[in-house]
Design a protein around this ligand. Structure first.
Ligand SMILES: Cc1cc2nc3c(=O)[nH]c(=O)nc-3n(C[C@H](O)[C@H](O)[C@H](O)COP(=O)(O)OP(=O)(O)OC[C@H]3O[C@@H](n4cnc5c(N)ncnc54)[C@H](O)[C@@H]3O)c2cc1C
Length: 156
């Protein structure tokens, strides 16, 4: 097997050639495309600037930076409502990634950052996991906890 560092920019199926960035091409007999998947917004691409996906290390550091900057803003915020909003973190999707991320953020707020701020207590942060289905981890377990429906005045 040969492993090459390169970015595929196209496939010439008629000539059976894979086209690489920079102009090189590689001939093939059988081609397998395994370039992974991007996150989807289910027809709401306008959400992307507010809710980054989590597929790469860069995505992960972006999310961590936003969370930490949110706490820094909350530290300086004097309006209790705005401070509460800054300390509320919403994760959309109760699959494995969403559940793991919710747990990690709760751990960050409750343990890692505890005592790091003067004006806020990061343990007051609210982590809200929003799942459209009846249960969390729908593909992993039939015994996963049921989701709660939100009423206009709170949680059912
Ligand atoms: C946060 C998170 C947690 C996860 N946790 C688990 C877990 O605990 N257990 C589990 O089983 N699965 C887990 N998964 C899922 C798992 O990572 C994926 O199912 C798996 O990586 C898919 O493998 P793949 O080879 O199809 O794609 P990928 O792993 O995405 O690999 C695709 C590769 O193609 C390369 N590529 C893309 N475009 C080009 C191009 N044009 N030219 C050249 N190269 C290109 C990319 O750089 C990448 O290296 C997790 C996923 C995420 C996002």
């Amino acid at each position: 097997m040969t492993t090459l560092l390169g970015t595929v920019v196209g496939v010439d199926a008629a000539a059976k050639r894979v086209l690489l960035e920079g102009g090189d091409a590689i001939s093939y007999d059988t081609l397998v495309l395994a370039t992974g998947a991007r996150h989807a917004y289910f027809g709401h691409d306008e959400w992307e600037p507010f809710a980054p996906g989590l597929k790469t290390l860069e995505d992960a550091t972006t999310i961590r930076r936003r969370i930490l900057l949110g706490f820094e803003q909350a530290e300086r915020e004097t309006d209790p409502e705005k401070r509460r909003a800054l300390m509320t973190l919403v994760i959309i999707g109760g699959g494995p990634t969403g559940v793991e991320l919710a747990g990690t953020i709760a751990e960050l707020a409750h343990d890692t950052l505890k005592g790091e701020f003067r004006n806020i207590d990061t343990r007051d942060a609210r982590v809200v996991l929003v799942e459209a289905g009846e249960r969390l981890l729908p593909v992993s377990s039939r015994n996963s906890p049921p989701t709660r429906r939100m009423r206009c005045n709170g949680w059912a």
